[in-house]
Ligand binder design. Structure first.
Ligand SMILES: *Cc1c(COP(=O)(O)O)cnc(C)c1O
Length: 444
């Protein structure tokens, strides 16, 4: 597969076929889909848990499982197109390399941000053209660079001199993006302690790239994962402009700005996108191509997980005269709740099945029901750190064999699960699709 040269104004071939009609329907179809989503997810959860009899089932049949709504990924894409139309998304595969999510995004015409040989390979195997991939890891393994060169994945980032020498040696035709440091103090997961060239080093790096006759085509930044402050984006865009001008002085013709990831899918997205769009238009003329690397934005809300209550301990406090319960689930921080440790998430427990009653989307969350029965929720490993919630409350008495569920479990969850203590790091995903547009693209 020969990489096709991607000029600043070119669209990907599959892009946004029916975008006009989609955009005009957004708000009607989309909300219809969002309502439909609950119904589909609820049905999928219900039929799976009702089919499991813990007294007779085979080993692992009662394991935690996900329900993934591909329609939600589709809606997020439309929302992106509507609010950040100038920015071509390159989905950050590390966030959740779910094959159906990748397939849908591929059909929607997005690009992909990969950080390792395995991620690049997974995307290429789907038949994606290498020009749709950016190898956005500024500090790369030599053998991986050789692999990228051989596979024709030209776009890659760098932020230090050694990486430039490495590129000169292994992949002199690479299309390089200079990753700059940003102020990420307002983000959930800070990245700038680790990556990014500070603005007092960019001139030196560009000069070295010039001496080595390397092809620097743009600037990249990442304001930190789960960014909460739109001002961070504005500052980063201004800094990128500064580096574009520096590069022009040295005779480079930069044509692409990569605004990275960090977008959240909550209601702060629209105002954030408005601020970012305005600053892009203020600092970068239309012929400059803009790409982004959203990860969590696309998938966080698309996955729900159901976990089985495998054990329970009753804690009676004689002095206070209260009774609370410790619930032990078959998934925890060494598994899909790794997001609690690595991503500072706070998954919200809800009761899915209590005795014979399936309660999906009926009760309040474990954090909105004060003065009811108190619980703490634990994972299955032997480590005391394996706690999902140190205190929550449900009106129901939850027993062994019941099920809990947690929404918004799509980002940085299963991708960082381990096999510690011999528990499984792979869990079934039951797919549903609440948007007909997505079903059509996937042939479902
Ligand atoms: C992790 C990462 C992303 C995705 O970040 P999100 O916060 O999930 O959007 C994008 N780009 C790079 C270089 C990353 O390391």
């Amino acid at each position: 597969m020969a990489p096709s040269a991607l000029t600043p104004t070119e669209e990907y071939h599959l892009s946004y076929k029916d975008l006009q009609s989609i955009d005009s329907n957004l708000g009607t179809t989309a909300y219809h889909g969002a309502g439909k989503a609950k119904e589909l997810i609820g049905d999928a959860l219900k039929s799976r848990v009702e089919a499991i009899d813990q007294d007779t089932c085979g080993v692992g049949e009662e394991d935690a499982f996900f329900v993934g709504d591909l329609g939600e990924v589709y809606r997020q894409h439309l929302r992106w197109k509507k609010n950040l139309g100038r920015v071509k998304p390159h989905y950050a595969v590390k966030c959740n390399p779910d094959p159906q999510v990748l397939r849908l995004l591929s059909e929607l015409g997005t690009g992909f941000d990969c950080a390792s040989k395995t991620e690049i390979e997974q995307v290429l195997k789907m038949g994606i053209d290498p020009s749709r991939i950016i190898y956005a890891q500024p500090c790369k393994t030599k053998s991986y660079v050789r692999y990228a060169a051989q596979a024709g994945v030209k776009q890659m980032t760098f932020d230090n001199a050694d990486e430039l020498y490495k590129t000169k040696q292994l992949f002199p035709d690479a299309e390089l993006f200079l990753r700059i440091l940003t102020d990420d103090s307002a983000s959930l997961c800070r990245l700038s302690q680790k990556f990014g060239a500070s603005l007092d080093t960019t001139a030196e790096l560009l000069e070295l790239a010039k001496t080595l006759e390397l092809n620097v085509v743009g600037v990249a930044f990442h304001v930190g994962s789960g960014a909460s402050d739109p001002k961070a984006f504005v500052k980063a865009v201004q800094d990128a402009r500064f580096v574009f001008d520096q590069a022009a002085d040295l005779g480079f013709n930069m044509h692409t700005l990569d605004v990275g990831g960090g977008f959240t899918g909550d209601q702060s997205f629209e105002p954030m996108a408005a601020v970012l769009s305005a600053s892009l238009d203020a600092y970068f003329p239309p012929q400059v191509r803009i790409i982004g690397e959203p990860g969590r934005y696309y998938v966080a809300t698309a996955f729900t997980i159901a976990c089985h209550v495998i054990a329970r301990r009753t804690v009676a406090d004689a002095t206070l005269g209260t009774t609370s319960y410790m619930l032990y689930l078959n998934d925890g921080v060494y598994g899909n709740f790794s997001s609690i440790i690595f991503d500072h998430q706070h998954p919200v427990p809800r009761v899915l099945k209590c005795g014979d009653d399936v309660l999906y989307d009926t009760g309040r969350s474990g954090y909105d029901t004060p003065s009811m029965i108190e619980y703490s929720i634990w994972g299955p490993t032997c480590d005391g750190i394996d706690v999902i919630s140190s205190s929550c409350a449900f009106p129901e008495t939850v027993n062994c064999g019941d099920w809990l569920y947690f929404e918004d479990m799509g980002a940085y969850t299963k991708c960082s699960a381990t096999r510690f203590n011999g528990f499984s790091d792979t869990h079934d995903v039951v797919y549903v699709c609440s948007e007909p547009g997505a079903s059509a693209l996937l042939g479902l």
